[in-house]
Design a protein around this ligand. Sequence first.
Ligand SMILES: *Cc1c(COP(=O)(O)O)cnc(C)c1O
Length: 392
Amino acid sequence: MSITSFNPPIRTLMGPGPSDVHPRITGAMARPCIGHLDPAFVGMMDEVKTMLQYAFKTENQLTIPISAPGSAGMETTFQNILEPGDTAIIGSNGVFGGRMKEVTERCGAIPIMVEDDWGKPVDPQKIEDACKANPGAKAVAFVHAETSTGARSDAETICKIAHNHDALTLVDAVTSLGGSELRVDDWGIDAIYSGTQKCLSCTPGISPVSFSDRAVDVITSRKTKVQSWFLDTNFLMGYWGPNAKRTYHHTAPVNSLFALHESLVMLQEEGLENSWARHYKNHLVLRAGLEAMGLSFVVEEDYRLPQLNSVSIPDGVDEAEVRSRLLNDFNLEIGAGLGALAGKVWRIGLMGHTSRVENIFLCISALEAVLIDMGADINKGVALYAAQNAMK
Ligand SMILES: *Cc1c(COP(=O)(O)O)cnc(C)c1O
């Protein structure tokens, strides 16, 4: 065999995640591995929990990173809250809302789907109607930031409605955490999960989750066992919980947690609100450039996510060809459309460390160069000037 070391190409990641990872974070990951029950490691675990509470804006004791990607965070929240026969109302407006249905069914629970068009937010009125039509529903679940479209739903209003009907709230914040306003305690979110590789600009593979005291009461008084042994928070508390004896549950991904720790230190240094503001400001710069070029945004400004920009593809352009030329000629990754938007949009991510003006100028200039070369009908030579003006 002549297989040698793998050296990935250096890319700029402007897709739907993972986003660019700051060298401080990859540097942290390269530090020496230590035992996952080493007292030094346990001290770092406590700091990770404290910083996650800061990022989520919560005092929830059960705020921990799950040792697996965002999808496992989804499984963790649903599996711990839902028991066989329970009903969950699910607001769905994209790929990830659809996945919630799958996960709910695998819990033996009954999903009541509340559908909205892709690119639109979850409609609170429809959630209210579904709560009225399904009294006794245990939970209302929805995606705060739908990465498949770039739409943000009004989590605060939806949570209020759910609580008025005595339902717990289950929220996907994989793409919102660190990138746009998110207030777990103020908004009354009972169970939430996120991912490390989006606006936290950390490497993929960890899923921060948080459960309210009310949710913990529901979990500890379950009649049936949580379907997954690995994701059962009753056991995870023995490893991560307050006053936990730190008994062996599973081997934590030690170096990945070094990386998460560093990314959360960086978030604190910047300030959470400053990070939200940076994501928004940079969205405005990208928007100015792309609109000047003649591209349009799919999601209305009112509920558009600054960190995930779905833009139209000019008529007659082979969108996959554009993406592959950006990757091959400019080392720039942007995302394709998914599901109902496949072939209709590009998804340009400005998440975490990716959300910097130099990346925006690379993206606008490279995209313009490729589109002109492919004979697309766009406005030439105006995008960079418009973006520059939007920085003022
Ligand atoms: C990325 C993403 C997920 C899944 O996270 P993975 O880390 O890929 O498992 C779930 N929900 C949303 C909204 C996402 O953007």
